[in-house]
Design a binder for this molecule. Structure first.
Ligand code: SF4
Length: 320
């Protein structure tokens, strides 16, 4: 691992490659043109390990399939298993790694079509999505520079679960809460994360969360497989009788990063677990949403997804 991070610091025009399920696509169309690829696929980061506090550590090179199939994940963090299984195809999940899933880039069609300008691809050239076809784009946290959304399902569940990203550099290791790992586009849409040059993701920590067992993941998309989310919701509710003791709520397909709805979570605490409460929570979660010409439907769609997800979680969880 030391060799890999040292090499990446020496050559900041290099990229790490593991499963390559998004990176190879980008290389094929010259979106990324690194002078060097650093193959990390055989580093010892392939373990799923229980932690002393009851949480779980996922090595960065664990495949998406291995996470979704893991007994303890399925039992204690079912929303994570369901989020992963709702994404891509079995073949891709067999190759894709946890670390790579975190670093996949937006699927904004203008970003991939080099005929168009794109601030994320080439800063300062413009964002054709703002005035173009923007049905799949952001309704929260966008900027005048970029309205792209983050594509991962797994990361929406990780955001709801308070996951922490472990990274290594020649200076040592550091931990970044997943919600702070990602950036909003602001004036630097070319940067998706707060990783420093040369830093390598080594793992993800899932803290213990007893009520994650009732957590659900709901993904809404144009077709039922092999499609990115139009919107998605990861939700978990902890009840004391009919009253909500605690809650976790995150949304996908709505912003440049997995969007944790903390104001809605705070609102839920102490309220009765009923549809009126969940409806109000959904309103709070979408406060400040700013639709573009073609994506206004996302606001109502994600509100309904929140109501349904919270309702199913309050009933004990399961398939939404
Ligand atoms: Fe590029 Fe972002 Fe605009 Fe898409 S939304 S064209 S990624 S700048």
């Amino acid at each position: 691992m030391e060799d890999a991070v040292n090499r990446a610091v020496v050559n900041q025009d290099s990229l790490f490659i593991a499963g390559g399920t998004n990176l190879v696509d980008r290389l094929k169309v010259f979106l990324d043109e690194p002078s060097e690829l650093i193959d990390i696929s055989r580093l010892q980061m392939q373990q799923i390990s229980p932690m002393a506090d009851g949480g779980i550590h996922l090595g960065a090179l664990v495949t998406n399939t291995a996470v979704a199939d893991h007994d303890q994940i399925r039992r204690n963090y079912p929303l994570l298993a369901r989020a992963i299984l709702s994404g891509a195809s079995q073949q891709i999940r067999n190759m894709a790694t946890v670390g790579g899933n975190l670093l996949q880039r937006t699927r904004c069609p203008y970003y991939y079509d080099t005929v168009f300008p794109c601030n994320k691809r080439q800063p300062g050239t413009g964002c054709p999505a703002i005035t173009g076809i923007n049905r799949g784009h952001a309704i929260l946290g966008a900027s005048e520079q970029c309205v792209a959304v983050h594509p991962s399902d797994m990361c929406v569940a990780l955001a709801a679960l308070d996951a922490v990203v472990e990274v290594a550099s020649p200076q040592g290791q550091r931990r970044i809460p997943l919600v702070d790992f990602y950036r909003l586009p602001e004036n630097t849409p070319q940067k998706d994360t707060n990783l420093e040059p040369g830093e390598l993701i080594t793992g993800i920590i899932l803290p213990p969360l007893s009520f994650a067992k009732s957590g659900v993941y709901l993904k809404l998309r144009d077709r039922t497989s092999y499609a990115f989310a139009l919107v998605s919701v990861a939700a978990a509710v902890d009840l004391a009788g009919e009253q909500i003791k605690d809650a976790r709520l995150a949304m996908g397909g709505v912003a440049h990063k997995p969007w944790r709805a903390t104001a809605a979570e705070e609102f839920l605490i102490g309220k009765p677990a009923d549809i009126a409460t969940f409806t109000q929570a959904a309103e709070i979660a979408l406060q400040g949403a700013q639709p573009l010409a073609h994506n206004g439907y996302k606001i109502e769609l994600v509100k309904r997804a929140i109501r349904r997800s919270l309702t199913v979680s309050a009933q004990g969880g399961g398939v939404v």
